[in-house]
Design a protein around this ligand. Structure first.
Ligand SMILES: [Zn+2]
Length: 183
């Protein structure tokens, strides 16, 4: 499966692996341990497949959901849930995936499955501690619940990505205009 990386931060892209949140149409993309490994490779977090057990996947998903609730609380000006704060702090204190220098002078990103939630929790804390958090937005397209950092010059990006929602939204707007002018 080709995953989508449009959010500008690994932790936000990771939240996007549960699509169309909050309704009957919610779609889980990480349906098995191997999906997490594949997601991490495509995200560039690891250079090769990692061995993911069921427990690793469950841990990663619980960090993902806690992180999502924390960011939403921030966007809505609320305090984050206490249990989520504890969980994310606990994971962020664990060793994360870092590049390793090889004798050839090249580097390679390698780590264990347990380091994935640690890496994502740490990325969330970096996001919250920096200035990017002020530009985090929810995609404006109907039903899409992806979060992204709006780094456009005018801070006027409405969609998680042109290839994901932007083109669909433009097509819908175009059809609506056509319908309106046909009347
Ligand atoms: Zn979207």
């Amino acid at each position: 499966m080709a995953f989508t990386y449009v959010s500008g931060r690994p932790c936000l892209d990771f939240m996007g692996t549960l699509k169309y949140r909050g309704g009957a149409g919610a779609e889980e993309l990480l349906t098995g341990p191997e999906c997490l490994s594949e997601w991490a490779i495509q995200a560039g977090l690891v250079g090769a497949a990692v061995d993911v057990a069921d427990g690793d996947l469950a841990a990663a998903l619980s960090v993902r959901e806690a992180a999502y609730r924390i960011v939403i609380a921030r966007l809505e000006g609320r305090r984050p849930p206490v249990a989520d704060v504890a969980l994310v702090n606990e994971w962020a204190a664990q060793p994360r995936i870092t590049p390793r220098l090889l004798r050839s002078g090249a580097t390679r990103r390698e780590g264990t499955a347990a380091q994935l939630p640690a890496t994502l929790a740490a990325d969330l804390l970096d996001l919250l501690a920096g200035t990017d958090i002020d530009n985090v937005k929810r995609c404006a397209h109907d039903g899409c619940t992806r979060l992204y950092v709006d780094s456009s010059r005018g801070r006027n990006r409405h969609w998680c990505g042109m290839g994901t929602c932007g083109n669909q939204a433009k097509v819908q707007a175009f059809r609506a205009r056509q319908r309106a002018s046909a009347r």
